[in-house]
Design a protein around this ligand. Sequence first.
Ligand code: MLT
Ligand code: ZN
Length: 474
Amino acid sequence: MADDRGPARTAEFMARLSEALGPKGVSTDPLEIAPHVQDWRGRWTGSTPVLVKPASTEEAAKAMTLCAEYGLAVTPQGGNSGMVNGSIPYGEVLISLKRMNRVREVDTLNDAMTLEAGVILTRAQEVAEENGRLFPLSLGAEGVATIGGLISTNAGGVAVLRYGMMRDLVLGIEAVLPDGRVWNGLRGLRKDNTGYDLKQLFIGAEGTLGLVTAATLKLFPKPAVKETAWVTLASPQNAVELLARAKAASGGAVTGFEIVSHFCMDLVLKHIPDVRDPAPSQAPWRVLIELSLPRPEGAHDMMEGLLADALEAGLIEDAAIAESEGQKAAMWKIRESIPIAERAHGKALKHDVSVPVSRVHEFIEQASAMVKSMNPGVDIIAFGHVGDGNIHYNLTPPPGVDADRFLEGEGLKLSAAVHDLIWRLNGSISAEHGIGKLKRDELATRKSAVEMEMMRAVKRALDPENRMNPGRVL
Ligand code: MLT
Ligand code: ZN
């Protein structure tokens, strides 16, 4: 613990913390701490002297007040499923919000629910479902990721093109400030034009401004039916054109539009059990399309008509429409298993990039030509949310090359080149995974001085002692 006033003061802090939160709220047990100081991909290992587990906002505020009094830095943690080394402590006090997992309120007439930060995303989806509503956020880690973490990282996922990112799904938040004060901003208002929208500062702040302890979230009508199809096609350009057609033909009902390269499909078939290719083909690309519609009548015909027209226009090569819930789930399983298959394949250099949707194909074509000219042996794992202009463009070392050496050597040059290209295309080097420690230094070189200074000014205003998740983002 970074307290230079000696062990006696550390012991005093620990005693006061234990008294305030009780035995369930504080742990120094290395076995209990171990999974909290490692990321799920096994890339980073940190350390903490103490794991704090508040069960209520009041307890969280007590812990934060004590950390402020003793001048201690804090790393907040939700499900620890992040991608950018943002929630692993490196000597900071670790505050896990997982015990704060109550459903505080569901207001169906306002289409809103208020959940504590530790509620797991699948539970949030269930609560919505139990109340005849939809909570649309959906992503691979949904069985682990928590509402607080999803807010702090402004999570994306596979339904952003219709419902937006977490930022768009939050009506209000409750947060504990770095000095221990509680801000109750749990307003279930769709209109509130009363000055700065402070909740948005905390959303995507990666725990650098305070601790999000609860949130009021938007609910949506449940679609009566989902139509899902798996399409093979020749190019990302065809995929982008197909997306525009799908939006027009369905009246804006496209809720999923995910691209998968042939190489990704092969990886999934190789590493994930019980997977079958819905439309076997040598075509270089696949797209998973999902339409969510308010009525079953005509839904299937709509998807069939869209695909028949696309076939006639030469945009797609082949298509399979799911005929059952099982077939829909099987198509989604392929898409959502790609990160797991990638991990089984070996360590990869990750790029979570975005460009305007209209430039997705330009990015993929230019990046692929560039990467292959720089290093022909590299494998390209390209997939993701083409409907949001967000491609996961990951690279694995040539066969026989040590992955760590590649990541720390040649990989750095490749990453710089991919990100330079993204910058030239007016894109972002982190579309949905955030900044964490991983991209912190690069962020400062990419954003303008004026943008960085505005971000630092906000940080200084809310966390003048730089104790909240220091070294992440800024
Ligand atoms: C996904 O879309 O599957 C994830 O954001 C990508 C990843 O895990 O790299
Ligand atoms: Zn993604």
